[in-house]
Design a protein around this ligand. Structure first.
Ligand code: IMP
Length: 199
């Protein structure tokens, strides 16, 4: 069977990807299968650059096709921040949320979107990148216990619940990661030879 490495050790992301890939004829590996791997520095200036850096490094090290994602939250009233700095915005999820709510205090525009870019690398080069998004608004206080990161304060359009109040299945149907993943999967299905060439 062909296989592909997800260039992440993040448990939440791996769970999401494993579910999204159920029923596919591709075996999913992850960086946990390569314990000596050191992750590259994410010094790109866009989601696309960072995803590409991660996918390429994993592809070269593991010598198999690899994909990586880079994601974050873009808030309109903050000119797109925290954006690619979403995980570094503050030290913990609770502090990141508190800082975001503080920055938005008194602002009328609470529009935001989660973005995810997936890069696929094979044979030592990045082949393609895919962008997914989900639009919504930032709530005035956290709600819900599920998910991670900014989920408790993000309400996707068309729902009256935060991401953290949705089940994993509900979030998976509409998330930025699922959107990017679906686009990537279509491409991989059409170009299955990318994976097969390697083995
Ligand atoms: P990275 O893609 O691992 O660099 O993570 C980016 C950061 O964006 C995460 O640490 C979270 O803070 C945030 N983020 C990305 N996706 C989600 C999501 O689905 N829910 C909540 N926060 C997210």
């Amino acid at each position: 069977m062909a296989y592909i490495v997800a260039a992440t050790g993040n448990r939440h992301k791996l769970e999401e990807y494993a579910r999204l890939m159920e029923g596919q004829n591709v075996e999913l590996k992850s960086l946990n299968d390569y314990p000596n791997y050191t992750e590259p520095e994410e010094n790109g200036s866009s989601f696309e650059e960072n995803a590409s850096i991660k996918a390429l490094a994993a592809c070269k090290y593991c010598d198999v096709p690899a994909f990586a994602d880079d994601s974050g939250l873009e808030v309109e009233a903050l000119d797109g921040r925290p954006g690619i700095h979403s995980s570094r915005y503050a030290a913990t999820d609770a502090e990141r949320i508190a800082k975001l709510l503080k920055e938005l205090e008194g602002k009328e525009n609470r529009r935001a979107r989660f973005v995810c870019v997936i890069a696929i690398a094979a044979n030592g080069e990045v082949i393609e990148t895919f962008e997914g998004e989900v639009k919504g608004t930032i709530l005035t206080e956290p709600r819900g216990e599920n998910g991670f990161g900014y989920d408790p304060v993000f309400q996707p359009d068309g729902f009256d619940k935060s991401f953290a109040e949705l089940t994993q299945e509900e979030k998976n149907r509409i998330s930025h990661r699922a959107d990017a993943y679906r686009k990537a999967l279509e491409f991989v299905e059409d170009e299955m030879s990318i994976l097969d060439d390697e083995f």
